[in-house]
Design a protein around this ligand. Structure first.
Ligand code: HMG
Ligand code: MG
Length: 331
């Protein structure tokens, strides 16, 4: 007797079927911590203001999808980044999240002491300063030279650390600059060491305009290691302008990096570097990491749903290949 297939039954998704099929590579870390930047780096470049309740829901959904470091916003000058001018309104809306998701970290960006005061007044548990490896970007992004910016960060790092608030140090334009071209490794290392020496717990190396390639990533990480920086203090932050972000991430993992920045749905860019497009999409990263048998704690289906929801809020499809593959091309 033949049975008629039940055409009304929902088709299993690739994730239900156990894809990607995990194959461990013993040379790669067993676990990676994803530093989710979608609500900050992802949204800061959006021209249309996103309502604060949508931002709060985005962050809550990211936490519910298993992300445990979710950068929430920036306490920068509101005129410089109008999209994040609602930081004070957003923070109270996030207050109950760490109780609901033990271990959740919600870092915020602060450029100066004024930013730190605002962040501490809203009980930020972790902050980040953001330096530049090049002069032109320092002036455009921070209105001062690279060294003057470092001097601005020093009291921020000291005061935050004294208050028990760990500080991440971002360094932008580590692999190329839209005005200056190639950036010498020695220049990147000098500024990176300055951030670590002033007390930043972690250094995130930014490919702000997405021009890096894997050999360059390895060479830069080798140089930091050679100068004695433990690899567990370094994170990588790739934008995907030229489609290299995943390859660059794999190179970084091979060098021992275990903290990778990414943005849900591939949102992002930098308002002060027009050639920067979206960050590495968190879903594309998670697909690769799970395929390599690397633990992330992230529920990929829930994360992709979140990015699909956010794409609908923004009124355009997600740039993430994985989100579109999982949810359909209009997601
Ligand atoms: P400035 O104009 O030189 O500031 O901007 P100032 O120190 O001369 O102060 C001028 C006025 O601004 C004063 O007010 C200050 O109180 C006020 P007045 O006395 O005239 O009434 N002010 C502030 N108000 C609120 N919050 C503050 C603040 N600071 C000063 N924090 C500044 C200097 C750094 C403030 C400005 O350049 C700025 O806000 N820049 C932020 C740019 C930014 O957020 N860029 C995007 C983030 S970086 C990024 O995306 C890269 C990354 O993803 C990694 C990668 O991809 O490479 C991290
Ligand atoms: Mg960035």
């Amino acid at each position: 007797m033949t049975t008629t297939p039940d055409r009304t039954a929902p088709e299993p998704t690739v994730l239900d079927l156990g894809l990607p099929d995990p194959v461990r590579d013993p040379d790669l870390p067993a676990r990676v911590r994803i530093h989710e930047v979608g609500a900050r780096d992802g949204l800061q470049n959006e021209g249309t203001l996103v309502p604060v309740d949508v931002k709060a829901e985005f962050i809550a959904r990211l936490a519910a999808a298993g992300l445990r470091t979710v950068e929430a916003t920036s306490f920068v000058h509101p005129k410089w980044v109008p999209q994040l001018a609602d930081a004070e309104e957003l923070m109270p809306r996030l207050a109950d999240l760490p109780g609901r998701h033990p271990g959740l970290r919600l870092p915020v960006l602060v450029p100066n002491e004024r930013g730190l005061d605002r962040a501490l007044a809203h009980h930020a548990g972790e902050v980040a300063v953001f330096a530049s490896a090049t002069e032109t970007f320092a002036r455009r992004n921070l209105n001062r030279s690279a060294d003057e910016a470092m001097a601005m960060f020093r009291p921020v790092v000291e005061r935050a650390t004294a208050a028990g608030v760990p500080v991440r140090g971002y360094l932008s334009m580590c692999f190329g600059d839209p005005w200056e071209g190639p950036v010498p490794i020695a220049q990147v290392v000098r500024h990176g060491l300055a951030l670590l020496e002033m007390g930043c717990a972690e250094l995130s190396l930014g490919d702000t305009i997405g021009v890096a390639t894997p050999g360059q990533v390895k060479a830069l990480l080798d140089e930091f290691t050679r100068t004695g920086v433990p690899i567990d203090r370094i994170a990588v932050h790739f934008h995907d302008t030229y489609g290299q972000a995943l390859s660059n991430t794999l190179a970084a993992l091979r060098s021992g990096v275990t903290v990778v920045d990414a943005s849900a749905g591939g949102l992002g860019g930098c308002p002060y570097a027009k050639s920067a497009t979206g960050n590495l999409a968190t879903e594309d990263l998670v697909w690769m990491l799970h395929g390599l048998g690397i633990e992330t704690g992230v529920d990929l289906a829930a994360l992709a749903e979140t990015s699909g929801w956010m794409a609908r809020q923004l009124g355009r499809p997600s740039p993430s290949r994985t989100v579109r593959a999982l949810l359909g091309p209009t997601a």
